[in-house]
Design a protein around this ligand. Structure first.
Ligand code: AMP
Length: 399
């Protein structure tokens, strides 16, 4: 059985074709610059990568190109489109309408569209991707897997903001959380690795990548998460500010003459590691700059690690303890310096890591707990596409 996983952005479309027998991708790639001059498809299968430069005026053309590449005699991974049993779509926002993945019907698509204002940059692109696939593969079942769904189990006192209740009732203003598939995947993997039922574990999952979020997972259920109404909240990120006092928005408008939209863009695209360091949003560049004496790069890294550490402590308190701390995503999986800084000084919670083990790179689940450490500290490669493929196989095909 093969599942095609689609992650559509406004001008991009990433895909993986996953063989569910092995749970491995047999082909993957992406279309970039859809609707813009200079569009191209990068496609990888059978250990080879090809790049096709061709006009892609819209997502429908992009989907057709992806399918052609998948069945291509030379570069493909399947002999006909019929081998694609179902398609799983990453959809950013479920609003309060879905608490789990769902088989896509016209009614479901309408509800997804009604939540587009909650994620105006991403949701319309996700819908475009779904429509493009439905137009080309009308009889293939499709499933929507939401970034927010895993967080739907948060208690009301964790997801509510202390704004007048009508703002929640009328406009759905609340914490939603994002990266749900990743937090779900790594917390499940941690339980499997530790050989314990989820019902016996309090886990803090740190998804640290270009966008970063931390979640508290108690008995397999998310009880709190650092991102909020949008993915701008929480720890400082590559170019996002993370949590700030909202009064800063108006103050900046007054001081600089920026509009509200411009300030929000400033907080999303010009802030975080990039804004503080003036060097880069990439942690590899920041580490190199800091090592060669750049104090603003040092400051950016210190702020990131400090903020992450505060969430770990807060979530241990929220759950009344912590059994396992997980690091995942680009930074969490690769940056041993950040893992060391985040865990430094958390011995009072039972968190301490083996520095030599932490410095070792395995590419697989990696236990970096110090000898005698009460809290197991794990590095776990995330796999959001596999979560999407598994849900798709279950809902579309009953597998
Ligand atoms: P993601 O969004 O999960 O793909 O993570 C991307 C980010 O991970 C990049 O912007 C880098 O900051 C970081 N990253 C990737 N590889 C490394 C590495 N080897 N060392 C440190 N940071 C890394």
């Amino acid at each position: 059985m093969k599942i095609l996983v689609i992650n559509a952005g406004s001008s991009s479309l990433k895909y993986q074709l996953i063989d569910m027998e092995t749970e491995k991708a047999v082909a993957k790639g992406g279309c970039e610059r859809i609707g813009i001059e200079g569009s191209f498809l990068k496609h990888k299968a059978n250990g080879k990568e090809i790049v096709i430069e061709t006009p892609m005026p819209d997502h429908k053309v992009a989907v057709k190109l992806v399918l052609d590449a998948l069945v291509d005699k030379e570069h493909g991974a399947i002999s006909s489109m019929k081998e694609i049993d179902a398609v799983g779509h990453r959809v950013v926002h479920s609003g309060e309408d879905f608490d789990k993945s769902v088989l896509i019907t016209p009614e479901v698509l309408e509800t997804i569209a009604s939540n587009a204002e909650l994620a105006p940059l991403h949701q319309p692109a996700n819908i475009t991707g779904i429509n493009a696939c439905r137009a080309i593969m009308p009889s293939t079942p499709m499933v929507a897997v939401f970034d927010t769904a895993f967080h739907s189990t948060m208690p009301d006192y964790a997801y509510m903001y202390a704004v007048p209740y009508e703002a929640y009732k009328n406009y759905k203003i609340r914490r939603y959380g994002f990266h749900g598939s990743s937090h779900l995947f790594v917390s499940d993997e941690a339980a499997k690795y530790l050989g314990k039922p989820k019902s016996q574990l309090k886990i803090v999952t740190c998804h640290l990548g270009n966008g970063s979020s931390i979640s508290a997972v108690d008995c397999g259920k998310c009880v709190d998460t650092s991102m909020g109404f949008t993915p701008l909240a929480g720890v400082p990120m590559g170019t996002r500010s993370g949590d700030i006092d909202p009064a800063v928005v108006e103050f900046l408008e007054t001081k600089t003459g920026m509009t509200t939209a411009e300030v929000i863009n400033y907080l999303n695209k010009k802030s975080g590691m990039m804004g503080i360091s003036g060097v880069s949003s990439d942690f590899r560049d920041l580490s190199a700059a800091s090592a060669s004496g750049n104090d603003r790069a040092r400051l950016a890294l210190d702020m990131f690690a400090y903020s992450t550490k505060k969430y770990v402590g807060a979530y241990a308190a929220a759950m009344g303890g912590i059994d396992c701390l997980v690091f995942t995503a680009g930074i969490g999986e690769n940056d041993s310096f950040i893992r060391e800084k985040v865990t430094d000084g958390l011995g009072f919670l039972g968190i301490s890591i083996d520095k030599q083990e932490n410095a070792r790179r395995t590419g697989d689940i990696h236990d970096i707990t110090a000898a005698g450490g009460k809290v197991r500290v794990l590095v776990i490669p995330t796999n959001e596409e596999l979560v999407i493929a598994r849900d798709t196989a279950r809902l579309a095909l009953g597998k």
